[in-house]
Write a protein that binds this ligand. Sequence first.
Ligand code: KG4
Ligand code: ZN
Length: 341
Amino acid sequence: MKDIVILGIESSCDETSAAVVVNGRRVLSNIIATQVKLHAEYGGVVPELASRKHVESIIPVVDKACKDAKIELKDVDAISVTYGPGLVGALLVGLSAAKGFALALGKPLIGVNHIDGHICANYIAHRELEPPFICLVASGGHSHVVNVIDYRKTVVLGRTRDDAAGEAFDKIARVLGLGYPGGPRVEKKATEGNAQAFSFPRVKFKDSPYDFSFSGLKTAVINTVNQFRQKNEQVPVADVCASFQKAAVDVLVDNTMEAAIKTKSKTVCLAGGVAANTFLRESFEKACLNAGIKLLYPPLALCTDNAAMIASSAYFSFIEEDFAPIDLNAIPGLKLGEKYS
Ligand code: KG4
Ligand code: ZN
C-alpha cells in the first residue's frame, strides 16, 4: 500500500507546531516554536499575544517541517489541523493557514480534535500499539479518562468537574512564586520535599468514580501557604509541592486504574503535558505492575503540544476518507468524540 504523508498543524495554545508524519506513526519532522518565554512574564498564556505570535511563526514553522522532512508541500497527501478545543484566536491562525494550503494545493483538509491528538501521540511512540486501551489525558486544559475502543472511537469515562490537572500545577506554582509553566517547576521542587508533610484532599465522586476535581485541592494548598505567610513564617515550598503533587497524582492514578480494571483493559496509556511528570509515571508503573496491566506513555516532546500527534490522528480519518469542509471553523469548546457538522 502507498505511504500516506500528512502535514500536521497545531496552534491551539502557546506552541506553533508543524509536522510531517507517514502512515500516522513515522515522524519525518516535528517542529515546535514555543511561546513560553513570551507568556512567562505574565504568569500564564495571554490569548491575544499567543495569536499574534502564531501569525509570525506559522509559515516559517511549516517551511522548516517540510525542509527537515525533505519533502515539498505539494508532495503531502493531506493537510491536517487542530480545530478545537483551544483558544479561538490561536486556533484560527493554524486553521487559516491549513485551509490556504489545502485550497492552493488541491489537497484534502482534515480537522483534528486536540485531545484525540494527545491520545494518538502513543501510536507514534509505540508502533505496535492498537486499541482498545484506557488513556489518561492530563494537560493544562483537560483531564480525561478515556476508553479508546478503536482508532476513531473513544468514550470519555471521566473528566474534571473544575480545574484541569495541569492548571492546578500552574496555579500552585504561581502562588509559590515558582514561575510559568508550573508543572515542571513544581515537580522539580517536589523532589526535595516530603510528600507526607501535608495531608491535602483527594476528591472522589460516588456517582461517577472516574471524574476529577482539583479546585478543592488547589484551595487547600493556597490556604496552607497563606497560613504560613500570615504568621510570617517561611513557606516550606518543597514539602508543599511534594504533598500537592502526591495528592494530584493519587487521584489521577486511582481513577484511571479503576477504569482500566472495570473495563478489563490490558493496556493503560498516558497523554498530555502532565504525563511528562516523572512522579506520575513512576506511580503508574507501580499501579500497573500490581494490576498486571501494560503501561505506555510517549517521550516528553510528544506529551506536550506538538503537530506530529495531530498528523497521526489525521491519518485514521484519511484512510476512512473523512475530510473536513473548507469552511471548517474553530470550535474552542470542542469535546472528545464531537465533530463539526
Ligand atoms: O498538553 P499541554 O502541552 O498543553 C495543553 O493542551 O494544555 O500541557 C501543558 C500543561 C501545563 O499545565 C503544564 O504545567 C503541564 O502540562 N506540565 C506538567 C509537567 N510538564 C508540563 N505538569 C506536571 N509535571 C510536569 N513535568
Ligand atoms: Zn495539549
